[in-house]
Write a protein that binds this ligand. Sequence first.
Ligand code: SF4
Length: 122
Amino acid sequence: MLDALDAGNVRDQPIDELVQSSPLFADITDRSRLKGRCGRCRYQYTCGGCRAMAFYHTGDYMREDPTCFFDPVDRSTVSEHEAETNNVFKKYLLVARAAGAYQPLKQHPVAASALPVEAGKR
Ligand code: SF4
């Protein structure tokens, strides 16, 4: 994507500043603006599709990921793989918690400070 688009340069600016100030990062991290299948998909905020593939195939990085096999009618359309994916992720969380690599968001010292006051109950 970055051959055609400019999101800044980490040699010129710290990456956290780039992410905060770049219109490109603002677009691709705002999943509510996804189009096509990705825009009506119940996994819009957990998957979101590949923005680079959308850009490569259409010239618009906010369009649907053309490489995805899932074709939801709307957010009520459930993938046949959802239950299996949820089970695998639960196992991952158990292992990550046991290893100390994961803390629930509200207990994470950095993430909790970024949550809205109501969600983080600070
Ligand atoms: S599952 Fe497919 S349609 Fe849904 S957000 Fe991901 S890439 Fe897009």
